[in-house]
Design a protein around this ligand. Structure first.
Ligand code: FE2
Length: 201
């Protein structure tokens, strides 16, 4: 008897972002491949877990089970954060100068430029990870956060509004190690603000 419903597998998404200013097509191609690796691994971990559960080996004393469960946060967040990142990029976006998101960012930080400066500072931090502007669904406030790797620092239930990848693979092909801020400026030229605003509750 099968104990579990058939697994829902994830399918990689595709984006047409070629020709960005400051983020090369070569970087994007590598990046899309890395993203597909996260999708593949999220599916693989679920398959392995299903097998272990079928065999009754989903036990705390079973190291293979524990290791797979621990890795879920890395692979799932690696998949989903990349989708949010590419979804909030666009070849020729409109500048954000008015509207609900503009107002909310400004209210939270004392001005849109203050929010931007803070977000860029978070992105410029040492280490590999993500800069994310989240909205708290409880009080609707927007705050900027650093997420190490893919899984350390995400706030439960917070909604990602703007997601920026600051792993080295996102920019090191195009810039020198000391030029991360130039990548961040390039990213800002290509933020799809409409996509970000649509995530607000
Ligand atoms: Fe990435």
């Amino acid at each position: 008897m099968k104990l579990y419903a058939p697994l829902r597998t994830y399918t990689p998404k595709k984006w047409d972002l070629s020709g960005l200013q400051g983020i090369s097509d070569a970087t994007l191609e590598t990046h899309f491949s890395l993203y597909e690796g996260y999708v593949k691994n999220a599916n693989l971990l679920n398959e392995r877990l299903a097998e272990l559960r079928e065999r009754g080996e989903n036990k705390a004393a079973q190291p293979s089970f524990c290791e797979i469960v621990r890795r879920l946060g890395f692979e799932y967040n690696g998949m989903r954060l990349h989708e949010l990142y590419f979804d909030n990029m666009k070849k020729k976006p409109e500048e954000l100068t008015t509207g609900r998101l503009y107002e909310m960012l400004g209210q939270a930080f004392g001005g849109f430029e203050e929010w931007k400066r803070d977000f860029m500072a978070v992105g410029g931090m040492r280490g590999i990870g993500w800069a994310i502007s989240y909205q708290d669904p409880v009080n609707h406030q927007i705050t900027n956060h650093w997420v190490s790797d893919h899984e350390y620092g995400n706030v439960a239930g917070f909604v990602p509004i703007l997601v920026m990848d600051v792993w080295e693979h996102a920019w090191i092909r195009d810039y020198k190690p000391a030029e991360k801020s130039t990548y961040i400026e390039a990213f800002f030229r290509h933020i799809d603000w409409d996509a970000c605003e649509s995530r607000l509750s």
